[in-house]
Design a protein around this ligand. Structure first.
Ligand SMILES: Cc1ncc(COP(=O)(O)O)c(C=O)c1O
Length: 458
C-alpha cells in the first residue's frame, strides 16, 4: 500500500475509473431518473453505516455503492422535467458529458499561460453571449461560480469605476455607496451590498412587478454621486418579470451611472427572437450576468459575467503578488483578473462544447418552445375555476393560487407530490398571500405533465 497508488495509472485505477464512468453513463442515459427526496441526518448515518471516512478506506466499490444507493437517492434530481421549483437546471447531454472531461484533464482556467485553449473557447462563448445581448465587440468577462458571485464582482467593478470618476473630477468620495434596485431584485444584490458595506436603495416595483424609470430617476436625483450602480433585473426569480430596462437605460442620457443587468435566470430568453423586445435597452448596460446553469443548459455551477469595458473588471479585480507577477505583467487575457476568484476551473467549457455540438439554433428553439409552453399552461390555469393566475407570465415562470387554500394546504399538497415522486413544486407567496409556481425551463417538460399537476389541485 503506497501513497502513489492514489495517482498511478494501474489496474486498480482502471477499475475505479471504469466503475465511475459506468455509473455516470447509466445515470445519464437512463429512461427513468427518479426525483428522489431528502433524508434526515440520522437516517443517512444509519444507511451509510456510520463512518465512510476510515483510516484504510472502504474501497471504490463500497464507496460508490454508498453513493449510488444511499447518498444519491437523498438528493433531488434538479434536472428532472417535473422539478419546477426555485430555478431548475437542465444541462444537455453534451454539456454533462463534457463536464467529466473538464475534471479529467487537470485544466486550469485562471490564466492564458496555463489554459490558453480553454480560455479561448470560453471567450468565444462570452463573445457569442455579448453579441446576443447587444454589447460591443470589445465586451468581455469571465465565467464565475454563480449569479451571486457574478453580481458581487460586477458591483465591485461599478464601485471602483465610480470612485475613479469622482477622484478624476476632484470630488469627495461618499461615506457610504448606494446601490439602486427593485424590491423584486434577487437577494444576492442585497448580499453584495452587505459584503461591500454599501446601502441598498430599494425602489418599489410597480403593480406589474417591474422596476420603472421614474423610481430610479428619483433615487438618482436624490442621491447623485453616492449611487455606484443601478441594478435592473432581466427576469425576476419569483415571477420571471423583466424590469423596464429600456426606460432605465434611457436615464443614462440624464445621469452618469453604471447599469448592471441581473439576468441570471432570464437573459437567456433573448435567444428567442420573440422575447428580445422585452429586453430593449440591455445593450446600454455596463455589466450583466446570465447563469448557464439555469436556462442555458449547462451543469452547475456557472455564471457568465460580462463587462461592456472589461478594463473596468480588471482594474477592480486583478490580484497582485510576487509569485503572480509573471502572469499579471504579461499582456495576456487572464480570466482571474475579472472577478472575485483566483483559481478557477474553466467552467464555461461544458457550455462551449454543447453550443459547438448542437449549434445555436437548437438553443433558440428550446427557449422558444418553453416560452410557448408557459403561455399555454397560464391559459389553462386561467381557465380553471379553482385556480387564479397571480400575474400573466412574461418569460417561463407561472405563479398561481388555489382558491381557498391556506399555507398549510399548499404544504400538504406539495409534500404529497414529492412523497409520491410525482413532482417537486413548493409553495411560494406574494404580498402575504400563499401561492405556488411553475418555473419551467427543461425542454422535456410537457403540457400534459403540467396539467397532471394541476389536476391534483382540484
Ligand atoms: C435573478 C437572479 N439573480 C441572482 C441569482 C443568484 O444566482 P446563484 O444562485 O447562481 O448564485 C438568482 C438565482 O436564482 C436569480 O434568479
Amino acid at each position: 500500500m503506497t501513497a502513489e497508488r492514489m495517482h498511478a495509472a494501474s489496474a486498480e485505477s482502471t477499475a475505479i475509473v471504469d466503475a465511475v464512468l459506468d455509473y455516470s453513463r447509466r445515470r445519464m442515459l437512463s429512461d427513468f431518473v427518479p426525483l428522489d427526496k431528502p433524508q434526515t441526518p440520522e437516517e443517512l448515518i444509519r444507511l451509510t453505516g456510520g463512518r465512510t471516512i476510515t483510516d484504510q478506506g472502504l474501497g471504490a466499490t463500497r464507496a460508490l455503492a454508498t453513493f449510488e444507493h444511499v447518498l444519491a437517492p437523498a438528493c433531488l434530481s434538479t434536472s428532472h422535467p417535473l422539478y419546477l421549483s426555485f430555478i431548475p437546471t437542465a444541462p444537455t447531454m453534451a454539456a454533462i458529458a463534457f463536464d467529466l472531461v473538464v475534471s479529467a484533464s487537470g485544466l486550469y482556467g485562471g490564466s492564458w499561460l496555463e489554459g490558453a485553449g480553454a480560455v479561448h473557447a470560453e471567450n468565444e462563448v462570452l463573445a457569442f453571449l455579448a453579441r446576443e445581448f447587444g454589447l460591443p465587440d470589445s465586451a468581455g468577462g469571465v465565467f464565475v461560480q454563480g449569479g451571486t458571485i457574478g453580481n458581487l464582482s460586477a458591483l465591485v467593478a461599478a464601485r471602483e469605476a465610480a470612485k475613479a470618476r469622482l477622484v478624476a473630477a476632484g470630488k469627495e468620495l461618499p461615506t457610504r455607496w448606494k446601490i439602486v434596485c427593485s424590491t423584486e431584485a434577487h437577494s444576492s444584490n442585497k448580499s453584495a451590498a452587505k459584503v461591500m458595506d454599501a446601502d441598498v436603495l430599494l425602489v418599489p416595483a410597480g403593480e406589474d412587478g417591474r422596476l420603472h424609470a421614474d423610481g430610479v430617476r428619483a433615487a438618482l436625483a436624490e442621491h447623485g454621486d453616492e449611487v455606484c450602480a443601478v441594478v435592473a433585473t432581466g427576469g425576476s426569480t419569483n415571477f420571471g418579470i423583466v424590469d423596464d430596462i429600456s426606460g432605465i437605460a434611457a436615464l443614462k442620457d440624464e445621469f452618469d451611472f453604471w447599469l448592471h443587468i441581473d439576468g441570471a435566470y432570464g437573459l437567456t430568453a433573448m435567444l428567442a427572437p420573440e422575447a428580445r423586445p422585452i429586453f430593449a435597452g440591455v445593450e446600454r448596460a455596463d455589466s450583466m450576468i446570465v447563469d448557464p446553469h439555469k436556462w442555458l443548459f449547462a451543469p452547475f455551477d456557472c455564471c457568465a459575467l460580462l463587462y461592456r469595458d472589461p478594463d473596468n473588471g480588471r482594474r477592480a479585480h486583478t490580484q497582485h503578488a510576487e509569485y503572480l507577477d509573471t502572469l499579471t505583467d504579461a499582456d495576456d487575457f487572464n480570466p482571474s483578473d475579472y472577478s472575485i476568484q483566483l483559481t478557477r476551473r474553466p467552467r464555461g467549457l461544458p457550455l462551449w462544447f454543447s453550443l459547438a455540438t448542437y449549434g445555436v439554433t437548437a438553443y433558440r428553439e428550446a427557449v422558444s418552445a418553453t416560452l410557448a409552453l408557459t403561455q399555454r399552461i397560464a391559459e389553462e390555469i386561467a381557465r380553471r375555476p379553482e385556480l387564479t393566475l397571480v400575474r400573466d407570465p412574461q418569460l417561463s415562470v407561472v405563479v398561481f393560487e388555489r382558491n381557498g387554500w391556506d399555507r398549510a394546504d399548499y404544504d400538504r399538497w406539495s409534500d404529497r407530490l414529492l412523497d409520491t415522486q410525482h413532482a417537486f413544486v413548493v409553495p411560494s407567496s406574494h404580498a402575504g398571500r400563499p401561492n405556488t409556481r411553475f418555473a419551467i425551463l427543461n425542454p422535456l417538460t410537457t403540457f400534459d405533465d403540467l396539467v397532471g399537476i394541476l389536476d391534483t389541485m382540484k
